[in-house]
Design a binder for this molecule. Structure first.
Ligand SMILES: [Zn+2]
Length: 357
């Protein structure tokens, strides 16, 4: 288990002001990915206590529920279990509030999966579930605190491309909770087929798999060097993506070309979004956002040619501050936002399905 220090050390705000009644109560924020579960324990005042990451060797929901239960037990070692108020979950899929299920979580093989109810029954506390894009955006909003932008777009760049739209300092959920699925905006009607079945979605061009695929021809000409070694290895996608970013920063032309291409596709989507929504900040998170300035500079350059001058003038493209804690932090924030109702017993144990399943 990893001790991670208090929330205030990174300038995080207290997500909710609670009476002394809530003191001593705890919340778990959880991110489920295809290969691991990461759980974060926080107090009702937003202090981050500890974190645990457990591997997922199988992705059937029953197995995942047991892994999560083991993680919660680990976090609560030497603590009174009755202090746990709830668990907020970020999943790499869509959440259907009407049916209380997780859908389209392809890397987990989940469709119509009743994760929330299964986990609530196993843990014995209220559970709230949302997609990773919105959870990570909530985590970034938490870290941004009082400085957070009034209107913001969040993009998660990983094996999938998720996102969230923040309007008036609040997440915009949409009619069926899927607002912000920016990865499935069509950016080229004749582009490759996306995992969702559409053709030419943003995700089909800028997912980590699509980026790595673009560099395969390089292996024919590049025998050595860090980039070729990373591409030849069986390293995790996120490690290969990091190697591409380092190579681009050091001036490798092949890596630089892939960064430029990725930035171009992202800028096509972002230009449309900022023209429509006129945010002041676009936050990039996930493994590919680790490219840092080499990526944001390239997007800025592309936006100069694609976005309306007034949209472009007011917007800043930044890398998220919460980094890989964003999604579990956002999971915890889901529960903290409802903590007052949960403490008062006025919040039904249905995860507040009006906005999250
Ligand atoms: Zn798609």
């Amino acid at each position: 288990m990893q001790e991670i220090g208090s929330g205030t050390s990174t300038g995080g705000r207290k997500p909710i002001l609670l009476s002394v009644r809530g003191s001593g109560r705890l919340v778990v924020g959880l991110e489920i990915d295809a290969s691991s579960c990461r759980l974060l324990l926080v107090t009702l005042h937003g202090e981050r206590l500890s974190m645990v990451e457990l591997p997922l060797e199988r992705s059937e929901v029953a197995t995942v529920v047991e892994v999560v239960a083991a993680g919660v037990n680990s976090l609560l070692t030497n603590r009174d279990r009755s202090t746990l108020l709830g668990c907020g979950v970020a999943v790499p899929g869509l959440v259907d509030p009407a049916n209380d299920t997780v859908d389209s979580a392809r890397r987990l093989g989940w469709e119509g999966t009743p994760l929330r109810s299964l986990l609530a029954a196993r843990l014995g506390v209220p559970v709230m579930v949302t997609d990773r894009g919105k959870a990570a955006a909530l985590g970034e909003l938490w870290v941004l605190g009082k400085e957070r932008a009034h209107d913001l777009i969040y993009l998660y760049l990983g094996r999938g491309v998720a996102g969230a739209i923040v309007l008036g300092r609040e997440i915009h959920w949409g009619a069926s909770n899927i607002a912000g699925e920016i990865g499935h905006m069509t950016v080229d009607p004749d582009g490759p087929v996306c995992a969702c079945g559409n053709r030419g979605c943003l995700e089909a061009f800028v997912s980590t798999a699509a980026i790595i695929e673009q560099l395969q021809p390089v292996l024919a000409t590049k025998r050595d060097g860090p980039l070729a070694r990373a591409l030849r290895s069986d390293a995790h996608d996120s490690d290969v993506i990091a190697a591409i970013g380092e190579a681009a920063t050091l001036g490798d032309p092949d890596a630089g070309a892939v960064v430029s291409s990725t930035a171009r596709w992202l800028a096509i989507a972002i230009a449309g979004l900022i023209n429509v929504l006129n945010p002041s900040v676009v936050v990039l998170g996930g493994p590919t956002a680790g490219w840092g300035r080499v990526l944001t500079d390239a997007i800025d350059h592309e936006l100069g040619q694609r976005a309306l001058p007034l949209s472009r003038r007011e917007v800043t493209i930044v890398i998220g501050h919460a980094r890989d804690l964003a999604a579990p932090l956002g999971g915890a924030a889901l529960v903290l936002q409802r903590a007052a109702g949960l403490l008062a017993g006025s919040e039904p144990n249905d995860g507040g399905r009006r906005s999250v399943a």
